[in-house]
Design a protein. Sequence first.
Length: 294
Amino acid sequence: MSDLSAFLGSSPSESRPALMDLARRQAAARGPRDLVAQWARDPSVAPGEVDQRLLLALDVRAFDAADGYEALQLSPVAPLGVNSVVAPTSQDRTLTTTRGTEVVSDPTNVLALEAARRLSLDPDTDVRLCTSHQTLRMQPPGAGAGTSQHFRLFSLTDSGRGLPHDGFEVGAVVRQLVVFDRIFDACESAGSAFPDRRAIIRVSPERRVLGDRIEAALGRTLAHVATSREMLDSSYYGGLRVGFGARGRSGEFHEIADLGAFDWVARLTGDARQRFIASGLGIQVIPLLFAASP
């Protein structure tokens, strides 16, 4: 027990040799049948159900729509704890490696690291980043078309100093929703349809005024997008969450984009004046839910 306690209390660099030795031994004990059997039963390694050429075409449309954001190609792995330390999520949802890293399970957490690095060098700049990433999460996927443990997520982040009257937050929310609206427009030319577009603004009671300001700004900028309000009851977000979607082929409304305010960059930089708005669009579900035929 004392050896186990010492092992559990070790740093990643201290435990790495033992974990790598374990992985070598376990791999050496496997045969071809074991690989085929895992390939058949393990959803974390199974291929996705959307044709890769179509996903690449969707990526191109998304990046074209986000021309005001710098596009980053993220590594498949990130520093150990980038999700459970930066965001209030369990490490169990992330695939941890033996080398002090973890497979990216949310690219917005990683973009927050890069934004914090840049803002530490120049605190007065605005950092706008985007990426499209094949994201892996270890919890079982939910029911519905396109749900899987690994999926394509197009993400946007705005970081910078707060402004009077929630100016930074309002501007970033509208800017990101405009990008998602442009993606919908671009995908319509490829045979998908996005009628009855709607933004669902969710705020905590203390951020009600921010919700009012966002709703007014969306009315001016995206007049064709309906808005609705709901109470936010989640400690994951910093008082603001906005969903964005449209009515799919089945006639049901699908909220496929999720946007929120977070304190991640403020904590990473140690500067409470820094703001961070991040969003993700499940781009792989577009042909499954909104195309004329799946």
